[in-house]
Design a protein around this ligand. Structure first.
Ligand code: SF4
Length: 355
C-alpha cells in the first residue's frame, strides 16, 4: 500500500518534496480542488507528477456504495487500497433558509461522521461493527480522505464550513496517533482549515487516552458514550468498562482542557427496560455534577439479531425533562437516516451480505 499525500502535514510534505512552493500548489489541488489523480494537477510539471505517482497515491479511497435518506443523510461505503471497507456519513444538520424573494439567508449546515478503524476492539454489545471484530487502524490519510471524498461528492466548496465528528466505525482514541495527525491536517490553513472547535472526538471512554488527548492540546471537543450510570450495566454494554470504569472517565473529563464556552457532550443510548427509568436519570444528574455537560439521548435503533429494544417516546421525554429540571442541558437526538442503515456498521454489513 503506497502512502497517500493526505497522510502528511504540509510541513512533512515540504521535507519530502522539493521545491517547497510545489507543496503549497499540491495542497491546493488536494484540499481546494479535490484532485483525484496526479494528472489533475495541471500546474505541477509532468516530471514531478510522474515521480510523485511512483511514491504516493492522491486519494486512497473510492466510493463503493451510497445510501441516501429522505432527510438528506448520505451513508457512504468507502474502499481503501487494500480492498478493506469502512463507512462515513454526510449529515445535513440545518436546511438552507431563503427569504420570500428566494435569496439565501442561511446556507445548509453539514457534519461529516468519520471512521477511525476498520472494525473495533471495544466490543459494545449493541454495536454491529463490534460483531465483525477488529481488522486494522486507519491511516491519517484514510481519515482525512473521508472528508475530502464526501465534500467532493456533495459539491461542497473547500471554504464552506463543515463539522467533523469522529463517531463512525472504531474507537478514535484507540488510534490516537493517526487521529491526532488527521486533526492537525484538517486544521492546516492552506488545506481544509477546519478548526479544532469544529471537530469532536467521540469516545467509548478510554480514560487514560482522554488524558493523553487532553495533553496534546489540539483544541478539539470530546463526546463521551456513557450510556449507563452504574458499572454493572455499563460493563454489560461496553465490556471495556471493566478497565476504564465510570469514575475514571468522569475524572479524566474533569481534567480535559475544555473551551469555557463549550460543554462536554455525554451520549446516552436509551434502551428500553435497561437504562430508561427515572432512577437512572437521578444517578446521571449526580454523576455529572460539577461538569459543564450536555446530555444527548439517543434512541436505541434495533437491528436484526439484537435483544435490545427501542424505548417509548414517553419514557424518553420523561427522562429528558428530569435532566432539564435538574439543571442539565439535554437533547434527544433526531434519528437521522432512520430509513437507511443508520446504526454504525450497518451499511458495511449489508454490503457484505450479512444482513
Ligand atoms: S459502538 Fe463504537 S466503540 Fe463500541 S464497538 Fe461500536 S464502534 Fe466500537
Amino acid at each position: 500500500m503506497k502512502p497517500s499525500l493526505m497522510d502528511f502535514t504540509q510541513k512533512e510534505l515540504m521535507a519530502q518534496i522539493k521545491p517547497s512552493f510545489r507543496v503549497k500548489q499540491i495542497y491546493g489541488w488536494l484540499y481546494h480542488q479535490y484532485a483525484e489523480s496526479f494528472d489533475d494537477m495541471k500546474n505541477i510539471p509532468k516530471a514531478l507528477r510522474e515521480e510523485l505517482a511512483k511514491k504516493y497515491v492522491v486519494n486512497p479511497l473510492k466510493i463503493v456504495n451510497k445510501e441516501e435518506s429522505s432527510d438528506g443523510t448520505i451513508k457512504y461505503l468507502l474502499q481503501m487500497q487494500d480492498g478493506k471497507t469502512m463507512e462515513a456519513v454526510w449529515l445535513k444538520m440545518k436546511e438552507t433558509l431563503t427569504d420570500e424573494a428566494g435569496n439565501t439567508q442561511q446556507e445548509a449546515k453539514y457534519t461529516i461522521c468519520v471512521s477511525t478503524q476498520v472494525g473495533c476492539k471495544v466490543g459494545c454489545s449493541f454495536c454491529l461493527t463490534a460483531k465483525g471484530g477488529f481488522t486494522r487502524d486507519l491511516t491519517a490519510g484514510e481519515i482525512v480522505a473521508q472528508v475530502v471524498t464526501l465534500k467532493r461528492d456533495n459539491n461542497h466548496k473547500h471554504n464552506r464550513k463543515i463539522n467533523i465528528v469522529y463517531m463512525g466505525m472504531g474507537e478514535p482514541l484507540d488510534n490516537l496517533d493517526n487521529l491526532a495527525k488527521a486533526i492537525e491536517i484538517f486544521k492546516e490553513d492552506d488545506g481544509l482549515c477546519i478548526s479544532g472547535k469544529r471537530q469532536t472526538v467521540s469516545t467509548s471512554g478510554l480514560s487514560t487516552k482522554i488524558d493523553k488527548l487532553g495533553e496534546m492540546d489540539l483544541g478539539v471537543h470530546i463526546a463521551i458514550s456513557l450510556h449507563a450510570v452504574d458499572d454493572k450495566l455499563r460493563s454489560e454494554l461496553i465490556p471495556m468498562n471493566k478497565a476504564h470504569n465510570i469514575n475514571s472517565i468522569i475524572e479524566a473529563v474533569k481534567r480535559f482542557p475544555i473551551d469555557t464556552r463549550k460543554r462536554v457532550m455525554f451520549e446516552y443510548l436509551v434502551i428500553k427496560g435497561k437504562n430508561d427509568d427515572l432512577g437512572s436519570a437521578r444517578k446521571l444528574v449526580k454523576l455529572l455534577h460539577g461538569i459543564k455537560a450536555k446530555v444527548n439521548l439517543i434512541y436505541f435503533n434495533p437491528y436484526p439479531g439484537t435483544d435490545y429494544n427501542r424505548p417509548s417516546r414517553d419514557d424518553m421525554v420523561a427522562f429528558q425533562e428530569y435532566l432539564i429540571n435538574h439543571g442539565l442541558l439535554c437533547t434527544i437526538r433526531d434519528s437521522k437516516g432512520i430509513d437507511i442503515s443508520a446504526a454504525c456498521g450497518q451499511l458495511k454489513e449489508k454490503s457484505e451480505g450479512e444482513i
